[in-house]
Write a protein that binds this ligand. Structure first.
Ligand code: XMP
Length: 329
């Protein structure tokens, strides 16, 4: 158990020692806890020599881009450039079904966007940034590629988290990862010292590859992404309305590329099945499924089937981690 004030001071010193007095740094922000805290820390260390960008990769949740950009502006008061790269990401993902391939493509594409952003900043400030801030946490490191000598005996990668194992081998930017030794609850504590608003610190984790790991198989097929967005929004809103959001580590919906037969308004339907998943956890390394009461589930399922075209069946995932992982891919 470390004192987060000491960690903060130490990391600020470390960042200053890495980045020369005339050098600049870029940081991709997702709107989540990790990248926000990492950015605020680096901002504290080097001030306006930090340049943040938010990438719309076409894999975001319902109205996420608008919501996140407005909270950067209104709550964090941090200048952030928004880049719409959704066509690049979705283009590259077309026809790709393998989960690890999807993760690698997305990790690589993020880096290409960052590498394109750096020289643009360079045109403005006179020198192209050569550093990239990542909000990598200790569990990401362990599960993507266990550090040698860590005493952990994973003999292979569980999955390539995009900010670690999913990065391309060739990359022109040097990484700054100030949270690399921390667990999520420690990052939340650190965020308090950096005056990061509660609304950011309490946000459920959302994976870097976004909805791509929640639309199983080819994410570009049919209207899958939009259907998933609508289902997910209804589920999360219901959780918030019931006052359950802060009791749950993470909740989300998954789109199955499976059609089942249903009957809606006297009509036979042949539509998709979706899954609801909610878990509690300490650090994301292990997790238990969350027990909703009947009334909550009945209401959510009926809302989803009534409001979302293309869905006629809702399942709940009641598997813990292990044996499952949190995400389905
Ligand atoms: P898994 O599915 O590995 O998820 O049990 C554990 C936690 O990590 C999140 N997750 C990711 N976060 N980049 C991230 O930043 C990723 O590639 C990624 N994959 C999974 C997941 O949502 C859960 O909170």
């Amino acid at each position: 158990d470390w004192n987060m004030e000491d960690v903060l001071e130490e990391q600020i010193k470390h960042v200053r020692s890495m980045v020369g007095p005339d050098e600049h740094v870029i940081c991709g922000l997702s709107g989540g806890v990790d990248s926000t805290v990492a950015a605020m820390l680096v901002h504290k260390a080097i001030g306006d020599r930090l340049h943040c960008l938010f990438v719309d990769n076409g894999l975001l949740r319902y109205q996420e881009r608008e919501r996140v950009m407005s909270s950067f502006q209104n709550e964090l008061h941090l200048p952030v450039t928004c880049i719409d790269a959704s066509e690049n990401f979705l283009g590259k993902l077309k026809g790709v079904k393998d989960p690890e391939r999807k993760r690698k493509i997305i990790g690589e594409e993020f880096i290409r966007v960052f590498e394109g952003f750096a020289p643009k900043v360079g045109e403005e400030v006179g020198i192209s940034p050569s550093f990239l801030v990542q909000g990598t946490l200790y569990p990401d490191v362990i599960e993507s590629c266990p550090p040698p000598g860590s005493g952990r005996n994973h003999s292979h990668t569980i999955k390539s988290h995009h900010n670690v194992g999913g990065l391309p081998e060739k990359m022109n930017l040097k990484l700054i990862e100030p949270l690399k030794l921390l667990f999520k609850d420690e990052v939340r504590q650190l965020g308090k010292f950096l005056n990061v608003p509660e609304s950011f610190l309490k946000r459920h984790p959302f994976p870097g590859p976004g909805l791509a790991v929640r639309v199983l198989g080819d994410v570009t097929e049919g209207n899958a992404l939009n259907i998933l967005r609508e289902v997910d929004e209804i589920f999360i809103q219901a959780i918030k309305d019931a006052g359950l959001y802060d009791l749950i580590w993470q909740a989300f919906a998954v789109f199955l590329p499976v059609r089942t037969v249903g009957v809606q308004g006297d009509q036979r339907t042949h539509a998709n099945a979706v899954v609801l998943r909610a878990i509690t956890s300490e650090d994301g390394m292990t997790a238990d499924w969350y027990y909703f009461d009947h009334k909550f589930l009945i209401d959510v399922v009926s809302k989803i089937c009534n409001q979302v075209r293309g869905v006629n069946r809702v399942c709940q995932d009641i598997t813990s981690k292990p044996p499952a992982t949190v995400e389905w891919e």
